[in-house]
Design a protein around this ligand. Structure first.
Ligand SMILES: [Zn+2]
Length: 128
């Protein structure tokens, strides 16, 4: 079995989400949080789907822990020329699960430093 291709794509409109897109260019990761019920959204959502309240922007820290990951060998269209790459779910210190590209040699429970490449979030393992 070759596995299932896993693609990382945000389908956020630009309008209303400028802080998210601009943040990625500056190396920042932004989520939104509902003041009323405390739900944190990543990717961000302007309105809380839980209680229909407007959310506030919150900047996430740059540390996280690898919860799971997969090595992508069967690449989706447009990525077929890339080397095999690793996509993982990282839990941030705020408790937010975010999908990101992993650089380095991942191990579950490893701490990663979260950065961006201008377009997406990257978790760099601290292991050599
Ligand atoms: Zn809410």
């Amino acid at each position: 079995m070759d596995g299932i291709p896993l693609e990382l794509r945000y389908s956020l409109p630009e309008k209303g989400y400028e802080r998210f897109w601009e943040g990625l260019k500056r190396g920042e990761i932004w989520a939104t949080k509902c003041d009323k019920c405390g739900v944190v959204y990543y990717p961000p959502q302007v309105d809380c789907t839980n209680c229909m309240t407007k959310t506030e922007w919150v900047k996430l820290g740059n540390k996280g822990k690898i919860m799971t990951y997969t090595v992508v060998k069967a690449k989706p269209q447009g990525y077929d020329k890339l080397e095999d790459y690793v996509i993982g779910i990282v839990k941030t210190e705020e408790g937010v699960d975010l999908m990101c590209w992993i650089k380095g040699r991942p191990k579950v429970n490893d701490t990663v430093t979260l950065t961006t490449d201008g377009m997406r979030v990257i978790g760099e393992t601290n292991a050599l």
